[in-house]
Structure formats: structure tokens, C-alpha cells
Design a protein. Structure first.
Length: 306
């Protein structure tokens, strides 16, 4: 293997890619544990999954860096931290199936009262009740990108009506500016929008106040989209119900008020953590490295506006 070949930092054994693209050098590196002396030679950097801002800290030492390939769809941690001339690629497509499954699971579990039934089982209680179905619900998907489309594909067989919302309007998709009029008309709101300055704190007291009484909010995007104080107040008052897979601070502190909030289901940011993730992640990384080695355009390139 020639030292002239571009150096790739990869967080797992490249053999797991099946056939690692030729013409590249590979080093298995987790920069949160050790930064090798080769840091100045790295041309293609694949940070470990779910290391957050720790994956950014090493960037100033990467004087030869050309490409960063993330394993996450969100790039908020890297915003403003990537040097000019470095191409940032996200993990679009990796998490579509897994996150869409969780979004539907949280929606069904919340509507049908599954958390309560689990508690009744622990208490050996046969407690029946009448719950809303997902059928005939009007569901808003707020953030209609790749994962949003995957969520829609899984919701439609449940006989739902879908309301699509994105930053800008297009055919069949409403704009964020239409939210005040749309929110009172839907039964479920599923958040899957990226975290940007525009979406940070988007779900505030006014947003929640416009939702229908007893409507359901599901957040599988980023915790900072939601004002947690406003969410706690709305759930405690039984104005709405909610299910969240993300929080503004993760791990969620043991003494945080969200844990004890009624009408709220919490999962610990596991939207992408399923058997569907790894094969899709490895396929994307292999294809990206093949493109890079061949000098071809990369996929999932984030524009300067990310």
C-alpha cells in the first residue's frame, strides 16, 4: 500500500465494507480515544456514529482534509466548523427505514395507550379502555425530506391523511409559514425537520397552543426543536400527548422534569439504532469511497447553507 494513496480514517474494520475500494489507505480511528500522528494526512474522514461534537474537535488538525462523510442525516454539530474547501456529506438514506419505523411505533404506542398497558401488566391488572386509532387521523409530517417520505409510506396503509410541511412550499408540500393555519386541523404532528436557526425552538407555547386538544406530538428529529418547558406544561395540563426520541440535553439527566411528565412517552434517541442501520450505512460509505477513489462526484453533498 503506497503512502501516496489518500488516507481514510474509518471507525470500523474496512473489511466490513465487503470489498474496500482500492487506491486508498485505511486507518481504523476513533479520535475521541486516540489521535494518531497521521492526522495531518487524512483526506477522507468518517467520524464514529453518535459522537456529537467530539467528532468536530479533531478537524483543526486535519490540514489535508478533503471530505467528511457522516453517518447521521443531521449536520447541525458541524455547522460553522468545516473549513472552506472541505466537502461535507451527510448520511441521507441510512436512517430512513429505521427512524420511520420508530416514528410509527411511537405514534401507535401513544395513541393506543401501550405505556399504560405495560404498567398494568406489571401490576397484574386487567384494565380495559377506549383509545383513539391511527386510522382516520390527519397526520402532519413536519420536515418532508428523505425520512419524512419514508414515514409517509408507512403511515398511508393505516388509512391516514398526510399533511406535508417543509421549509419552502412545493407541489403537495406546505411551507413553515402555513403552520399557524394547519396545526388546528391535524391530529398528529411528527417532527423530522433538521435543526437550524429557523427550526430551533420552533415548537414553543404558541405552536403547542394551536394544536388540537389531545393531539399527539412525536419528535424523532432533534430535541432543540421543542421548548421543553412548554411541552411539559402542555402535557401536564392534558392539552396534548407527546412521544419524544430526542432531548435538548442527551443523555437526559435523571432528575429532569421530562421523566415525570404525564402523557409523555420517552425513548433514548434510538431512531437509527436498529438492524436496518448498519447494512445501509456500510453500503453508502462503500459507494462514497468508490466515487472518491475514482474522482467521481460524491452523493449527499451538503450545500454551503447547511
Amino acid at each position: 500500500m503506497s503512502a501516496e494513496q489518500p488516507l481514510v480514517w474509518i471507525p470500523f474494520d474496512p473489511a466490513e465494507l465487503g470489498e474496500p475500494p482500492e487506491g486508498l489507505r485505511y486507518e481504523v480511528v476513533d479520535p475521541t480515544k486516540h489521535v494518531p500522528d497521521s492526522v495531518g494526512e487524512v483526506r477522507f474522514y468518517i467520524p464514529p456514529y453518535m459522537i456529537g461534537s467530539a467528532g468536530v474537535d479533531v478537524l483543526p488538525q486535519m490540514s489535508s482534509l478533503e471530505v467528511i462523510q457522516l453517518q447521521t442525516a443531521g449536520v447541525d454539530v458541524y455547522r460553522g466548523k468545516v473549513a472552506d474547501g472541505v466537502t461535507l456529506c451527510n448520511g441521507r438514506g441510512i436512517h430512513d427505514a429505521s427512524t420511520a419505523e420508530l416514528a410509527v411505533t411511537l405514534t401507535l404506542a401513544s395513541l393506543r395507550g401501550i405505556p399504560g398497558y405495560v404498567r398494568f401488566q406489571d401490576e397484574h391488572r386487567w384494565h380495559q379502555g377506549y383509545r383513539p386509532a391511527l386510522a382516520d387521523r390527519r397526520v402532519m409530517i413536519l420536515g418532508y425530506g428523505s425520512i419524512g417520505k419514508a414515514i409517509e409510506a408507512r403511515l398511508l396503509p393505516f388509512e391516514t391523511e398526510i399533511v406535508r410541511v417543509a421549509r419552502t412550499a412545493r407541489e403537495g408540500v406546505h411551507a413553515f409559514t402555513e403552520l399557524p393555519d394547519l396545526l388546528p386541523t391535524v391530529d398528529v404532528v411528527i417532527l423530522i425537520a433538521p435543526l437550524t436557526e429557523e427550526t430551533r425552538g420552533l415548537v414553543d407555547a404558541d405552536f403547542l397552543g394551536r394544536m388540537k386538544d389531545r393531539a399527539l406530538l412525536v419528535n424523532v428529529a432533534r430535541g432543540a426543536l421543542v421548548d421543553h418547558d412548554a411541552l411539559i406544561e402542555a402535557c401536564t395540563a392534558k392539552r396534548i400527548t407527546a412521544a419524544i426520541d430526542v432531548a435538548e440535553v442527551e443523555p437526559l439527566p435523571a432528575d429532569h422534569r421530562l421523566w415525570d411528565t404525564p402523557n409523555l412517552l420517552i425513548t433514548p434517541h434510538v431512531g437509527g439504532a436498529s438492524s436496518a442501520f448498519q447494512p445501509r450505512m456500510r453500503r453508502l460509505i462503500r459507494e462514497q469511497l468508490q466515487r472518491y477513489a475514482a474522482g467521481e462526484p460524491l452523493a449527499n453533498v451538503m450545500s454551503g447553507s447547511y
